[in-house]
Structure formats: structure tokens, C-alpha cells
Write a protein that binds this ligand. Structure first.
Ligand code: UDP
Length: 374
């Protein structure tokens, strides 16, 4: 029998991190031919992950343009991915998460009646503007997909509540934990992979590191300005150092340039490649972020994570007490950080290694389900 053709479509850094273990697991499955298509919705950050994972995409649509509107991106994805589907004629398409690439990848497959598998299915904040536009992107994928890979029981329940057929939902764990464990093992075998952080580790020895990431579209504007001012206030403490890999989006960079200022204990640095970022997480005392993936990784490493959002589609960390929603108000961010810095009990209550998001075997489970579905 000829191999079944799987086309895996992705476009951003988090999708690449969460899909490279799936690509590997599917490639190791007999009877499947795996092809990868990147839309490069985020060029530079995507390429960092491809390099580390040793992944060379079969098709690269290279769709990133500076300042591209969501309309234009979506339109170009629709025609670009439609052409790819026609040329590739896959037997199944796999998308991940909640980007425009995932949403349009599912839609173009649906237009051709190609079945779709959705990795990281069922995350819901319940608010279509937080995160925006991701909450609606992932909701659009749900009725199209016939295989839903829910990372947790909570996300599976959210899908069932939307009348998704229970038999099509598979609780697999989140593939980010597969990626994290694989990368930790690689760093252990070859510390040079994360050695670029040696100077920073030496410079901030004896200080408690607050690792910051921010990039959410709904935080652009006032939210981002509040975040910048809050970080500047936190950095007035000499016992603290800020490590801040700044997302290249101009809405982030410009605000940080304007409002953050330069101090010896603030390292505003370029985005780190994945092994370096994992080491930065390891060096951190606590994490301040609006990222989805970082909310999943930090608890796995026992790092308290303060989430600069009003809602989260990842309630598991909050329920476990390892993550806390702090919004984007300047005073609230500062007081929550100071509380963790000054109250040992509050800190140790949050700093428990806890991993509600997976066991590192999610990709193998996904590959098994995909193969069985044929
Ligand atoms: N990350 C990285 N380098 C950085 C910052 C983040 O490799 O400088 C990784 C991080 O480990 C996580 C992912 O990027 O796995 C999160 O991506 P992002 O915050 O852009 O997107 P989200 O997860 O919010 O969709």
C-alpha cells in the first residue's frame, strides 16, 4: 500500500516549538509520508526554531511582511495554502494552536474535504478579544477538525461543551513538554548550545532574575506602556535583574525603547533561541509574561509565573497555584512582583515544580492516533 501523505502546516515560533516533536514522531511512524509547509508568518523567530530542531521545511511560503494587517495576512494565507493543498494533495493536514496559519490551514483543507488534525485543541479563554485574534482562530478550527489533540482534560471538556464528538477528542498532553524535555537533554549533552548566556549569568550573579516576555497583540498600546513602566520600577531594586528578550514586533520594541531606559541590571536582549531561552528560564527566580507557551514551561521548571493578562486559556497552572493572573496595570504588576520577592512563603507556595501540561509523550500519542485513523 502506498504511504499516506501528511501535510503539517505552521508559521510562527510557538507552532514550530510545539510541532517539531510531532514531525519527528510522525516521520518515525511506518506508512506515513510527512511533508512540512511553513508560512513564515513570523520569519526570524520561526527560523531560530527550525535551525535548532534541524527541520528543513519542504515548502516555504515566506509570507511575512512588515506591518502586515490581519486581513492581508489572512488573504495571502488563503491563496498560498490553497495552492499548496492542490499541489500536495495530502490525505491529512495537521495544524497547531491558534494562529492565522492554523485557522487558514484548516479552512483551506476543509475547502478540499481533506481531514484536519488539531494539535493543542480546546484551549478557551471564553473572551473573543483575549487573546485576540487567537480565541476565534482556534474556535474556527474546532468544527473543521476530525481529530482533536487536547493537551489536558480541561481542554477536552471545553471541546465536549461545544458539541465536538467525544470520540474525536484525544487527551495527549501538550507537545511543548516534549520539546522542553528534548531540549533540556540536548543542553545537558552539549552545554555550548546555551553558552551564549554565560556572560549574562556572570553579570547578574547574586541577583534574583526576573525573566520577562511580552508580545500579545491585545496588550499593544496602553498595556505595553504599563508593562514597560512596571519593569522600570522593579529594576530600581538592586537585588533584582531583569532579563528581557524583546519580541521584534515594532509595537513592543518602540515602547520599550521609549519607556524602559537603560540600567545596569536590565538586559534588554534579542529573542533567544530555544535552548538559550530554556536556560534563561532555569536561571530565573520568577517569570513575568503574557506568553502562552511560557505559562506552560515555567511551572514545569518550578518557576512562579505572573501572567500579564486578564484571562487565560491555561487555567491548569493557576489552579495548581504555580501561575497567577496579574493583568496589565502598572501598580498591580509591581506589587505582585515585590510580594514574591519579599514574602518567602508566597514565593515557595508558587515555586513548586508542577507539570499539569504533559509528560513528554504527547507527540508519540498523536502519531499513534493519526496512524490509526487511516
Ligand atoms: N521563546 C524562545 N525565545 C524567546 C522567548 C520565547 O524560544 O526569546 C519560546 C518559549 O520557550 C515558548 C515560545 O517561545 O515555547 C512562546 O512563544 P510566544 O511567547 O511568542 O508565543 P505564545 O506561546 O504566546 O503563542
Amino acid at each position: 500500500m502506498t504511504d499516506r501523505r501528511i501535510l503539517i502546516v505552521f508559521g510562527t515560533r510557538p507552532e514550530a516549538i510545539k510541532l517539531f516533536p510531532v514531525v519527528a514522531a510522525l516521520r518515525a511512524t511506518p506508512g506515513l509520508t510527512v511533508r512540512t509547509c511553513v508560512t513564515a508568518q513570523h520569519r526570524g523567530l520561526l527560523d531560530q526554531v527550525l535551525a535548532i530542531a534541524g527541520l528543513v521545511p519542504d515548502i516555504d511560503l515566506d509570507l511575512m511582511e512588515p506591518g502586515q494587517s490581519l486581513d492581508r495576512l489572512t488573504a495571502r494565507l488563503l491563496t498560498g495554502l490553497g495552492d499548496v493543498m492542490d499541489a500536495e494533495q495530502p490525505d491529512r493536514v495537521i495544524v497547531q494552536g491558534d494562529t492565522a496559519t492554523a485557522m487558514v490551514g484548516a479552512l483551506t483543507a476543509y475547502y478540499r474535504k481533506i481531514p484536519v488534525g488539531h494539535v493543542e485543541a480546546g484551549l478557551r479563554s471564553g473572551d473573543i478579544y483575549h487573546p485576540w485574534p487567537e480565541e476565534v482562530n482556534r474556535r474556527i478550527v474546532a468544527p473543521i477538525a476530525d481529530l482533536h489533540f487536547a493537551p489536558t482534560e480541561t481542554s477536552a471538556a471545553a471541546l465536549r461543551a461545544e458539541n465536538i464528538a467525544p470520540g474525536s477528542i484525544h487527551v495527549t498532553g501538550n507537545t511543548v513538554i516534549d520539546a522542553l524535555l528534548w531540549t533540556q537533554a540536548r543542553i545537558a549533552a552539549d552545554p555550548s548550545l546555551a553558552a551564549a548566556l554565560d556572560p549574562l549569568a556572570a553579570r547578574f550573579a547574586g541577583k534574583r532574575i526576573v525573566l520577562v516576555t511580552t508580545h500579545r497583540r491585545e496588550n499593544f498600546g496602553d498595556g505595553m506602556a504599563n508593562i514597560a513602566r512596571a519593569i522600570a520600577r522593579i529594576a530600581q531594586r538592586d537585588d533584582v535583574a531583569i532579563v528581557f528578550p524583546v519580541h521584534p514586533n515594532p509595537n513592543v520594541v518602540a515602547v520599550m525603547d521609549d519607556l524602559l531606559g537603560d540600567r545596569d541590571n536590565i538586559a534588554r536582549i534579542d529573542p533567544l533561541d530555544y535552548p538559550q531561552f530554556i536556560r534563561a528560564l532555569d536561571m530565573a527566580h520568577l517569570v513575568l509574561t503574557d506568553s502562552g507557551g511560557v505559562q506552560e514551561e515555567a511551572p514545569a521548571l518550578g518557576k512562579p509565573v505572573l501572567v500579564m493578562r486578564e484571562t487565560t486559556e491555561r487555567p491548569e497552572g493557576v489552579a495548581a497555584g504555580t501561575a497567577k493572573l496579574v493583568g496589565t496595570g502598572e501598580d498591580r504588576i509591581v506589587s505582585e512582583i515585590f510580594n514574591l520577592l519579599d514574602d518567602k512563603d508566597a514565593y515557595s507556595a508558587m515555586a513548586r515544580a508542577h507539570n499539569p501540561f504533559g509528560d513528554g509523550q504527547a507527540a508519540a500519542r498523536i502519531a499513534g492516533v493519526v496512524a490509526d485513523a487511516f
